[in-house]
Design a protein around this ligand. Structure first.
Ligand SMILES: O=C(O)CCC(=O)C(=O)O
Ligand SMILES: [Fe+2]
Length: 299
């Protein structure tokens, strides 16, 4: 039986949460472009792209790193169509596994994080492990990722966000740690490598992309990566740097918490934000379902 955390209890009781500052009723042109039965014509698509870009600039690039559009359909088919259209307005949807999956259904598939060769965070119901998405891919990282809430869990499943600028600020007194985090680690590829490629990808946790400070992190994939026979073991210095990072992230993890509601579409800055959820528990007749895309923003 899962204990309901304080975070979840407080959110459920209050009907308000830390995402309220990022919540925007979907503008009419965007709503029409995403939900009309017919594909939007060029005029509507351009108007929607302009409206959306303004909101993304304000909230994602220059604000908290998150934009939550409210008032969209929660039924799975219109939701998936709307998410595909929104992703195309923002850039190029990237495949999320070797098979080229474009829209990932994030739900509990009864696995644990990092179990076997291929299971992922998004296939489990467990929480914690604040991370960025796509860490199993070589850089460049997907600049944005989305989560569209189709069905929410009754218990748990709130999101916690931590911004890289807060992490770097907290670690400014630890230049030794920052130096190690800017050197390569071996991340497990979760089976997404092509035949003949190694099962890990080496890249730093802190890096520069598009002239900005980026972060790529999911500790258990790094530990799996360094445990492969062809990879060096984590050095004591690297393990200490990860511990220092985790301590800082743990201290910041309750500063931005919210729970997506059904019919909400969240757009995240995947270069700047670590995210994680609280463990959730499904109602067996109505399992939690989020739809996810990874987006490369056009140059
Ligand atoms: O289940 C969630 O709320 C988020 C899951 C997640 O982080 C992911 O799918 O990458
Ligand atoms: Fe994620």
């Amino acid at each position: 039986m899962t204990e309901k955390t304080d975070v979840d209890g407080a959110l459920d009781a209050a009907h308000v949460d830390g995402f309220d500052v990022c919540r925007v009723e979907v503008p009419d042109v965007v709503g029409a472009a995403l939900t009309d039965d017919r594909e939007p014509d060029q005029g509507l698509a351009e108007a929607a792209r302009e409206s959306l870009s303004r909101l993304v600039r304000e909230h994602v690039d220059d604000g908290t790193g998150l934009l939550v559009l409210t008032g969209l359909p929660a039924e799975p088919e219109p939701a998936e169509r709307a998410l595909n259209r929104l992703s195309a307005l923002l850039g190029e949807s990237l495949p999320q596994n070797l098979e080229g999956l474009i829209v990932k259904h994030v739900r509990d598939r009864g696995t644990a994080i990092g179990e076997g060769a291929r299971a992922r965070y998004s296939d489990s119901r467990f929480g914690g492990n604040l991370h960025t998405d796509g860490v199993e891919r070589p850089l460049p990282a997907p600049e944005l990722f989305t989560l569209y809430c189709v069905r929410q869990s009754v218990r748990g499943g709130a999101l916690q966000l931590v911004h890289v600028r807060e992490i770097v600020r907290e670690l400014s007194a630890r230049p030794d740690v920052l130096r190690v985090l800017r050197e390569p680690f071996h991340f497990d590829r979760r089976g997404d490598q092509q035949p003949g490629e190694p099962p890990t990808v080496a890249k730093p946790i802190l890096f520069e992309q598009r002239g900005r400070q980026g972060i790529a992190y999911l500790r258990s994939y790094i530990e799996l990566g360094h445990a492969h026979s062809g990879s060096p073991a984590l050095s004591a210095e690297q393990a200490a740097a990860l511990d220092a990072l985790d301590e800082v992230v743990g201290g910041l993890a309750s500063s931005m918490v919210g729970k997506l509601r059904e019919g909400e579409l969240a757009i995240f800055d995947n270069l700047s934000l670590l995210h994680g959820r609280t463990e959730f528990q499904d109602d067996p007749t109505r399992a939690r379902l989020l739809l996810r895309t990874w987006i490369r923003v056009s140059a």
